[in-house]
Ligand binder design. Structure first.
Ligand code: FAD
Ligand code: DLZ
Ligand code: SF4
Length: 510
């Protein structure tokens, strides 16, 4: 039976479910560079270059393994510009008896794929993506009947399912399930050698893609100058090994730390590879566990890292598919302000924002606390429209696909789902940023000033945010102490904060 197997840009894994049991002699693998995917948001140039180059390298690998790959490039004059259009053309070229595909990572694409069987009158076998620890059914069973979907309890089930970091009695190694409290050290005072991620020099395939992207997506955000991503599976594995050897041991301690001019610190920079399929998340966690068992890394590093992958990563995916396409429309705090223009050039006097945005434009990367407590926190307390914030995160990070980006942004960071994902908003004043970084020492604002022209904008906006949103957030148990403090402040104080916050918000331009 002649089978057409479309493989999308985030399905670059040799053990993809669509390939299970497939006979290379009877299958055509279809890979498509299409306008619709490169422009449905204005992706960072480096994100597009990374995905297209990884796709081209993967096609070469598949051919070397004996598969027939029909590869449509973006500049093919007959390219129809969409997955559906390219599948239609491929059906004309190959006359397949059936289509086998792995489900995509977005509702938008899923709905298109679900229409293919009718549209083309060719049966389609749309398979679950087996590259995750938790199936859709398992997540739904776990979530059913729970009032609160807290990550911690889900994570413990994933530890049990994978047997990662369990002792011989099935108990968590180190005596605790979670060493989160040991993942919050401020940046080190003493000069430590900070390991830098590997830099992968573009080969001929990547250079060709970089030229294409520079010409075709000149108006997209971000720079290609520092393009250093691995675009082949073996290079991604080299970055994995490099992280495990040089950075993992301190990952736990400094997971939340931020330092001027240091975008990567002890983070892995593996999310682009995990999310497009070049790396296997479970195999990565097993390597991390092995380092702990050999005594080479402490428990707070191994557990902290494994929790991000089999805990957070799986959990946000479960939420994305469970909540359905309407999740993207939520706006529990009714935030409406447009995204300020400095999110695209970093031109702001707020040093923390300039750092996080600057490195994002340079590397299509920022680590979790920068995304959550700098750019996300600012958007939240300034009352930026969560859909604009969602679009920005989807555009600018090389690892961004809706299944993982949307719950993190809309739910965790912007509280736009009303607390489904986070029990309270991740809003903070400048105090937290000052504790976890050296940013404030380089800033023209004064992190200790609460009002006045030098006051740190995070200080003004934090209280103004709580004040503005009291009708919705005032009932939140976890904020009761904060609201008690606010109510104790005298009226003059409150009026000064409101007035200074309003003045600051007026300066925000698109
Ligand atoms: P490390 O710090 O080394 O962590 C290891 C791995 O854990 C990551 O590679 C990632 O696979 C996983 N991980 C860690 N935290 C999360 C999380 N909250 N959700 C899912 N996986 C996690 N991650 C994405 O992969 N794609 C996104 O589009 C994305 N958007 C985000 C948007 C916001 C507003 C926030 C707050 C977080 C977002 N994250 C996203 C999660 C996290 O910031 C990134 O996974 C992480 O920064 C990637 O860098 P790293 O590989 O160096 O991670
Ligand atoms: C993100 C992206 C981009 C920029 N370009 C392509 C592309 O040209 N072809 C492709 O197959 N995939 C691309 N992708 C990834 C898809 O957007 C992703 O596969 C879908 O969103 C489904 O998860
Ligand atoms: Fe950011 Fe405020 Fe610190 Fe400046 S003072 S770096 S704006 S937190």
């Amino acid at each position: 039976m002649k089978t057409l197997i479309p493989i999308l840009g985030d399905q670059l894994s040799h053990d993809l479910s669509a390939l299970d049991g497939a006979d290379p002699e009877a299958c055509i693998l279809l890979m498509m560079e299409v306008d619709e995917e490169t422009t449905y948001v204005r992706h960072h140039k480096a994100k597009i270059a990374f995905i297209l180059s990884a796709m081209r390298h993967h096609a070469a690998d598949l051919r070397a393994k004996g598969w027939t790959v029909d590869y449509v490039t973006l500049d093919d004059p007959d390219n129809s510009g969409s997955f559906t259009g390219e599948v239609a053309r491929a059906i004309e070229r190959h006359c397949p008896d059936c289509i086998v595909a792995t489900e995509p990572g977005e509702w938008r694409v899923l709905s298109a794929m679900q229409g293919w069987a009718d549209k083309f009158d060719v049966p389609i076998d749309l398979r679950e993506d087996s590259r995750f620890v938790c199936t859709h059914a398992e997540f739904d069973t776990w979530a059913a009947g729970r009032k609160q979907l807290r990550m911690e309890f889900f994570y413990r089930d994933m530890r049990r399912k994978t047997a990662l970091l369990l002792d011989e009695h099935g108990k968590p190694e180190g005596g605790e399930w979670n060493f989160d409290s040991e993942n919050r050290k401020p940046p080190p005072n003493e000069p430590l050698l900070i390991p830098q991620p590997l830099v992968f020099k573009p080969d001929a395939i990547t250079r060709e893609v970089l030229d294409l992207v520079a010409k075709r997506f000149a108006d997209h955000p971000g720079s290609l100058e520092n393009f250093a991503f691995a675009t082949r599976a073996d290079d991604a594995l080299a970055q994995q090994a490099h992280f495990i050897k040089h950075a993992l041991a301190r990952f736990g301690d400094y997971q939340d730390a931020m330092l001027t001019g240091q975008p990567f610190l002890w983070h892995s920079i593996l999310s682009p590879y995990l999310n497009c399929g070049l790396l296997d998340p479970l195999a990565l966690c097993q390597e991390v566990e092995a380092m702990f068992r050999k005594g080479k890394v402490p428990i707070n590093a191994a557990e902290g890292f494994i929790r991000q992958i089999i805990g957070w990563r799986e959990y946000v995916r479960g939420i994305y598919w469970r909540e359905g396409p309407e999740y993207a429309q939520r706006n529990a705090l009714d935030a409406k302000r447009p995204l300020p223009g400095f999110y695209y050039d970093g031109q702001t006097d707020m040093h923390c924002m300039a750092q996080a945005i600057g490195q994002t434009m340079e590397h299509a990367y920022a680590h979790h606390i920068q995304r959550l407590m700098i750019t996300g926190n600012f958007a939240l307390v300034a009352g930026i429209d969560p859909h604009a914030v969602h679009q920005w995160y989807l555009e600018v990070y090389a690892d961004a696909y809706e299944w993982v980006e949307l719950p993190n942004t809309l739910g965790m960071s912007q509280f736009a789902d009303g607390g489904l994902l986070a029990s309270k908003p991740y809003a903070s004043s400048g105090n937290y940023i000052n504790k976890m970084s050296d940013y404030c020492g380089h800033c023209r604002y004064d992190v200790n000033a609460k009002t006045g022209s030098k006051a740190c904008p995070f200080n003004l906006l934090y209280w103004d945010f709580l004040d503005r949103n009291e009708p919705v957030l005032g009932k939140n148990q976890r904020l009761s102490m904060v609201y008690r403090n606010w109510s104790k402040r005298d009226d003059k104080d409150k009026a000064a904060i409101r007035a200074d916050a309003a003045r600051f918000l007026e300066t925000l331009t698109r």
